[in-house]
Design a protein around this ligand. Structure first.
Ligand code: ADP
Length: 469
């Protein structure tokens, strides 16, 4: 029934109005009635006492009663009450402000029966409707000579109560209507924007990332929510684009070696490649297969880094690791007549990192340096400690990276045009892997490169000094 936030809010609001009304109707009306009744009784009693103190038993004689009657008639008109003077036996001597009951006896009159200062009802059946009655004794010495009775119609008390309550009801209604603006504020500042945000979210979910809400730019929580959602849609769009790009790159990079392999094998099979040349082409097939293997391995490494595989950190000497990676590249270096120049600030530099992954970082950077360096050049590798970090730099005197490619070299599958011709074995994944590994360590990597001069890659690692081995 109350599925939407709005219906909950509106029903809560109506419930609040109803409860308020019921409170006024039941609790405050009975409180008002009681209050007005006791106030009226008190006022009448004061009046009755005043009258009682003004007259003595002698006033009950016929010749005096006439004068008293005139005076009491004026008081009765002023108070709106019926006034009786009666003897202690209950005989009405004088009645003003209503019927003439002089001489009648109040049947069963017992002034001591009720202890309270006022009574309500028909007063011993003397009235046909309910009256509020107060009674003050006329004291004569130490005895009571008679009573002054004031009877006020209960209908008048009710009338006063209702008049008062009507004011309260009208004020309550006005306040309730005024508080409608809370509902309006809620509608325009929360409900309608939320509706738009819900629409936007479902548009984004269905892939329409260009959808915009008109809430954008509002400086409240709803505005922030809308901006965050739009930002999220932007990120999702970027992610979708990069995924598309990724699949396009993967397909392209896998297709070209596969096409070559298929071409070579078919040509060998149908005799286009004579058997004496088959060794050369089988070597090419093997090299293409190695490339495919490298691609798959690279993608698997990136995937394992993506899924936040925890690092297996240990303390090891980075200088020694560098020497090992250099040694493993000895063959290719001899072929290209390239030599390493190692400069270590200290003989050993202990770092706290994932040994296997850092080995791969060094391998990728040194592999690139060798690939893009000319015959007979040197590759400079250095380590230095600064502010509890070890900085490792790999510098070559190679072809360098064009300015417009510098930012892209970290992208998956990126290979600059200049390198494409020179480097057939590259996958374009090496530097993305390097960056992800370094970032997984909470560290940074940077490059400085000038075309036709050379490139220098520098990354940092946490120093292990003071750490337990
Ligand atoms: P690959 O595995 O193909 O080398 P990388 O991600 O390692 O891919 O490198 C991406 C691109 O960055 C390379 O194709 C090359 O254009 C450029 N690059 C990387 N290292 C160097 C370097 N030392 N000198 C010049 N260009 C480089």
């Amino acid at each position: 029934m109350f599925k939407t936030l709005y219906s909950k809010f509106v029903s809560g609001y109506i419930l609040y109005g109803l409860l308020g009304f019921l409170f006024i109707a039941f609790i405050s009306s009975s409180m008002t009635y009681d209050l007005l009744l006791s106030e009226r009784a008190e006022a009448l009693y004061d009046e009755a006492s005043l009258i009682a103190s003004s007259y003595s038993k002698e006033s009950f004689y016929a010749e005096e009663l006439e004068d008293v009657g005139k005076q009491l008639s004026a008081v009765a008109a002023f108070t709106g009450a019926e006034i009786w003077l009666c003897s202690d036996e209950g005989q009405i001597m004088l009645s003003e402000g209503g019927r003439d009951l002089s001489g009648r006896f109040i049947e069963g009159f017992d002034p001591s029966s009720d202890g309270s200062s006022y009574t309500t009802g028909t007063f011993y059946g003397m009235f046909s409707s309910d009256m509020l009655t107060v009674m003050a004794p006329i004291n004569y010495g130490y005895s009571t000579g008679g009573y002054v009775l004031l009877h006020y119609p209960m209908s008048m008390v009710l009338y006063s109560t209702n008049s008062f309550l009507n004011i309260v009801y009208i004020s309550g209604l006005i306040i309730f209507l005024l508080s409608l603006q809370i509902l309006l504020i809620f509608t325009f500042s929360v409900f309608l924007p939320l509706k738009q945000i819900t629409k936007a979210a479902s548009e984004y979910a269905s892939g329409n990332f260009d959808y915009k809400t008109s809430i954008h730019g509002k400086n409240d929580e709803i505005g922030y929510l809308a901006s965050t959602l739009e930002f999220m849609s932007g990120e999702l769009a970027k992610q979708e684009e990069s995924q598309r790009q990724f699949i396009a790159n993967v397909s392209h990079d896998f297709r070209s070696p596969l096409t070559s392999i298929k071409g070579y094998l078919e040509a060998m099979l149908d005799g286009t490649i004579p058997p004496e040349l088959s060794e050369k082409y089988i070597k090419r097939v093997i090299s293409e297969t190695e490339r495919l293997n490298k691609l798959t391995e690279g993608m698997l490494t990136l995937n394992s880094l993506d899924t936040k595989n925890t690092l297996k950190r240990s303390i090891f000497d980075i200088n020694r690791t560098i020497k090992e990676v250099c040694a493993s590249n000895e063959n290719i270096c001899t072929k290209k007549d390239i030599h390493f120049e190692l400069t270590f600030e200290d003989e050993t530099e202990m770092v706290y990192a994932d040994y296997g992954k850092i080995q791969q970082v060094l391998y990728n950077l040194i592999d690139n340096a060798i690939k893009f360096s000319p015959q007979g050049s040197a590759i400079y590798i250095s380590t230095a400690a600064r502010q509890r970090k070890i900085f490792v730099s790999v510098m070559d005197m190679g072809i360098g990276i064009p300015k417009d490619s510098i930012k892209k070299i970290w992208d998956r599958f990126y290979k600059s045009d200049s390198s494409r011709g020179k480097d057939r074995s590259g996958t374009g994944l090496g530097l993305s892997i390097v960056k992800e590994i370094i970032q997984a360590h909470g560290e940074n990597i940077d490059v400085v490169s000038t075309e036709k001069v050379g490139s220098e890659f520098t990354f940092s690692l946490p120093q292990a000094e003071g750490m337990e081995q």
